[in-house]
Every structure is written in C-alpha cells, then in structure tokens.
Design a protein around this ligand. Sequence first.
Ligand code: HEM
Length: 451
Amino acid sequence: KRSSKRLPPGSLGMPLVGQSLSLLWAMRANTAEKWLEERMKKYGPISKLRLFGKPTVFIYGQAANKLVFASDDSIVVNQQAVSMRMILGDRNLLELSGEDHKRVRRAVLSFLKPESLKMYISKMEKEVLRHLKMHWEGKQQILPLMKTLTFNIICSLIFGIEPGAERDQYVQNFQKMIEGMWSVPINIPFTRFNQGLKGSAMVQKLMKELLKEKRLEQKEGAQSQKDLISFLLSIRGEGNGELKSEDEIIHNAMLVMVAGYDTGSVLITFIIRILANNRTVYGAVLNEQDEIAKSKSNGEFLTWEDLSKMNYTWKVALETLRLYPPIFGAFRKAIKDIEYGGYIIPKGWQILWVTAMTHMDNSIFQEPANFDPARFEKQASIPPYCFIPFGGGAHMCPGYDFAKIEILITIHHLVTRFKWKLCGTDNHFIRDPMPVPTEGLPIQISPKELL
Ligand code: HEM
C-alpha cells in the first residue's frame, strides 16, 4: 500500500517561487512546451513542482485531460493560481464549483448563448467596420491593432460602454490585469503582480460607478437589456440565474473581459499571419468569403445564415487554435488524495493542465507541425479530451460562440476589403502569457476595390 502513496517525482524548489520564474522565462522565450518536454523526459508523465506559490502536479495527455475535465467536484475543483484569484476576484466562474458555479454560469450563458448573440451580430459588425475605417483604411503599414478591436467589441457588448474617454480608462488597466494574472504573487511596488492588483482595483472602482448608472437607468425604465451587465442586473433576484452580490457581477464581468479580449485578438492575429504565409489557405478563405459578399447588397449586414456558410474559414480558425492556443493551460485543485499514474496527487495541491500537449501529439494529430484545416472536416474523429483550446467539462469556455461570430465577421471584412503582406524580419512569437508575435506582426496593407 505504501508504494501507492508515493508523491510524483520532481522537486518543489524554493518556497513561494519554486519553478515559476523558470516557466515564465520559458514562456517568454517561446520554449515552454520544450521546458515541459524536458520535465517529461526527466520525470515521466507525472511530476511535481511549485508554481505561483503552490505545490503543483503537472500531468499531460488524453487521460490527464479526462481527469481534469470529467472529474466531479468531489475529486477536482477549479481554482486558479493565487495571482489570478486576487486580480480577478474570488467570485468569478473560474473559482466557483458545484451549485454556485452552475448558478452563475447559467446567468452568464443566458447572454452568451447563440440564441441571444444572434441579436448582436450587426452591433458587432458595426464595431468591426468602425475599427477598419479608423485603423486600417488609408494606412500603408500598421500593427494589426486587433487588441483594440476585440477590446472595443467587448466594451460595447459586455459593458455597454460606447466609444470615447470612458472606454479608454479601462484598456490600460485591463492590460495590467492580464499581465499580472500569471505572475509570482509578490506584492511589492512595480512587480507585475502589484501592477495587476492596481489595475484590478481601478477597474472595480469604475465598474461600481457603471453599475450605479445602469441600476438608475433601469429604475427609470430607460434601458432595455442591451449588454451583459444590464442583463445580469436585471435577472438578479429572479431565482434561477440569480447573482447574489454586486461582487459576483463585477468579478464575472472582469473575467469575461479578460477571457474574451486577449484570446480573440491573438486568434485573429495568428489567422492573419497564416493567411499571409499560406497562399492555398488564403485562396480558399477568399473564395468562400467572396461568394458571401457577392450575395449581399451594398451596406447589407451579415446574418446568422451567412456566418453558418463560413465553414472553411472556421476550420482555418480551429487549426490555428490547435497550433497556437491562446490559453497555455490552467489549474485545478485536488479535493482529496487522487491516485493517478501510480502516484498520489495530494489533497489541496494544484494540478496543471497544458493545452498544447495533446495538440502536438503525433499519435493524435498526424504530422502535427503541418497546418491542415482538413483535420476538422470530421471533428467527431478527433478523440475526446485531445483538442482543448476552449478547455472542457463544466468550465469549458462559454465564449465559444461569441469568439466564433467575432472571428468570422472580422475575417470576412479583412479578406474582402484588404490585401496584406508581412513585412517583419522575425517570424517568431513569445508567450506573455498569450502568444504574441515578437515584432507585433508588422504588415503592409492595401485596400481592395470593393465588389
Ligand atoms: C479564441 C477565443 C477563446 C479561447 C481560446 C478561450 C479559451 C478558454 C479556456 C481554455 C477556458 C477554460 C479555462 C479552465 O478550464 O480553466 C475558458 C473559460 C472561459 N472563457 Fe473563454 N476563450 C475564448 C474566448 C472567450 C470569449 C470571447 C469569452 C466571453 C465573451 C470567454 C469567456 C470565458 C469564461 C467566462 C470562462 C470561464 C468559464 C467557467 O469557468 O465556467 N472566452 N476560455
């Protein structure tokens, strides 16, 4: 019996810091997968380390993902690193489990489900067109500014904040929050964690004022449910999807913002990079989008039916997510001692799962380094728990449809209105913590004659 009580191999390193800095450096050098592969070579498929202040077990592969995503709350619960919890707040979905998680998730999903989002397609498209007009047209060479685009879309749909000074107050603070979320939780001036906490305090202050305004508007009957926040405010107290406190609304609005802002911009940026480098894929996307553009009259907005015809473009997005998943991985917490792979994952320890490990496994995806959207022609043939850019199980990303609509609308207007070529000399990227092209992906853009 004693042998089954063994801790996984590996060292916990120094208190608090452990291997955090080494992993973060590897991420910034874009060698994090290699860093993990070296661990795997040294210790095997399960090993212990210390990350962001907590003892952690790293596991990978299909069975590991199944343990993380399919176990119930009596075995594994969601709990993110200390830095993330302190920046996003402890009432956000990623921290909740059981009935609490179900209740809050129902409320958030009632806004993010396709039936609700259908009503917002033209609102999103207007943001895309406004962005392209302001930042792309008439310019020769610009950074893609995709972060500005996804930030504006989220501001409009999630917060109901129209363009202007109020929006600008949020952007820098959100960026600080994102950078601090994966950091060693040492709160001394100028550390990333310290800056992240400051950004979070500022955003929470702004959001409290925003909630006050929205409550007042609702009292005066001036507002219909136009954005996620007013939506959440209006279902408070109605039983099923009820959010219990102002903190729950604020922490979850902050989560939706950080979860949707950088992920979407990273995905669009990497699709732009693929389309510039791969003429065959570009040609097929252009054909599909030109057909849809031809069926529209001048100034007519895209519809849900148009988006459902963009099958090839979405496969390109999925293949991009396989190769460049925006989320590196995340944590869970063991609720009791778990026997796994001949070792014990002790109660209370963190479990680290990493997205790319199964994406790059050649027994699951043949020739995994090749870009091949055809892999997604029969999605059902991909084994379960192996393609996980949106996670899995109870915490699987509820922003899937939001991201899909945003990406398809943006790519439609980009390929039908512009041509571009990459002009940087460096084709590399780093993780910070999301993948970012090293030179910011400079491109040369020229507008096309509209159809
Ligand atoms: C390409 C775009 C996106 C990717 C790759 C992505 C990825 C992920 C992943 C991997 C998780 C699971 C984390 C975990 O299990 O620990 C997650 C959760 C989440 N995502 Fe996304 N996401 C994207 C876009 C969005 C968007 C646009 C929104 C909102 C508008 C959003 C909102 C959320 C929320 C609220 C959660 C927490 C769900 C829960 O814990 O129940 N995401 N996302």
